[in-house]
Design a protein around this ligand. Structure first.
Ligand code: FPP
Length: 272
């Protein structure tokens, strides 16, 4: 990052925040609070390109991405959303240049350390899905502390997908099921979808009704593949650092204007 990066980040954060406060009056009013998605999942894409467009290095984009995280967590809490899952670091992201990986891990530790008091004020409970054992020891420690410090909160559950990928999760689930069958804890004939769901890292978390991907790409990138079976997908060209709660409200409003059929006909759904 450039040497005056921190100053720029602070001033930009203040400006972004003021802007969010001013803009927070459009789509929110249009949202039907009785038909909210219980769970929204987000692929936060576009940080690197956002930074590079500004002649900065990729980490600059990740730093700005934290403002968007703060804004959407605030927005989801304001609406009364139950679960918000953010794809913060995928299994595949370990293959990025070492400098970026190290920078992202440092950012994660800093952010968690700094934001936990606010999460507690906002009654937000933190959860993590993914292979935490892959994270550097300091990040593991920080995450575990944050999980403990927020475990009794009863508002929004913020799920961070860290060192997560769906194929990793399914592989683990199948291994654990096989082990439990071998140990006599489970009968192979009894294995069904509901058994499998108990072995996924999202056990006790409802499937997302809405999945948002920023950054202009139209794919799901190994994210919650099982859980997204009937999820409404929302793609936006906004790069993650340009996304905020007002844009989240717009996505929720658009979700509410879709017809969810779950394999049935439109007539069946409307005559219910
Ligand atoms: C994808 O953009 C983004 C990431 C891999 C990291 C997301 C991390 C943050 C938003 C900051 C930390 C988050 C938390 C929850 C503390 P990309 O780098 O793939 O962008 P590109 O497609 O433009 O290259």
């Amino acid at each position: 990052m450039k040497t005056d990066g921190n100053k720029k980040i602070i001033s930009l954060h203040l400006r972004t925040h003021a802007f969010c406060v001013k803009m927070d009056n459009g789509y929110k009013e249009k949202i039907d609070l009785t038909k909210l998605p219980r769970h929204i999942a987000i692929i936060m894409d576009g940080n690197g390109r956002w930074a590079q467009e500004k002649g900065e290095d990729r980490l600059y984009g990740h730093y700005h991405g934290v403002n968007s995280v703060r804004s959407v967590v605030e927005g989801a809490s304001e609406l009364g959303i139950g679960y918000l899952t953010l794809y913060a670091f995928s299994t595949e992201n370990w293959d990025r240049p070492m400098e970026e990986v190290t920078g992202l891990m440092e950012l994660l530790v800093q952010t968690i350390r700094k934001e936990v008091p606010q999460l507690n004020k906002d009654n937000v409970r933190l959860k993590v899905i993914g292979d935490l054992s892959m994270l550097p020891p300091e990040a593991q420690r920080e995450m575990n502390e944050a999980l403990k410090e927020t475990e009794n909160n009863t508002g929004l559950t913020l799920v961070l997908a860290l060192s997560y990928s769906s194929r990793w999760e399914l592989e683990k689930a199948v291994q654990n099921i096989a082990m439990d069958i071998q140990n006599g804890k489970l009968n192979a004939d009894d294995v069904n979808q509901s058994t499998l769901e108990k072995y996924l890292s999202t056990v006790d978390i409802p499937d997302p009704e809405l999945m948002i991907r920023t950054g202009g790409e139209h794919r799901v990138s190994n994210f919650l593949l099982y859980q997204l079976a009937y999820t409404e997908l929302y793609f936006t060209n906004d790069k993650w650092p340009d996304f905020d709660k007002e844009k989240l409200f717009k996505a929720v409003w658009e979700y509410q204007n879709r017809e969810r059929r779950f394999g049935k006909t439109g007539e069946q759904i409307r005559n219910k």
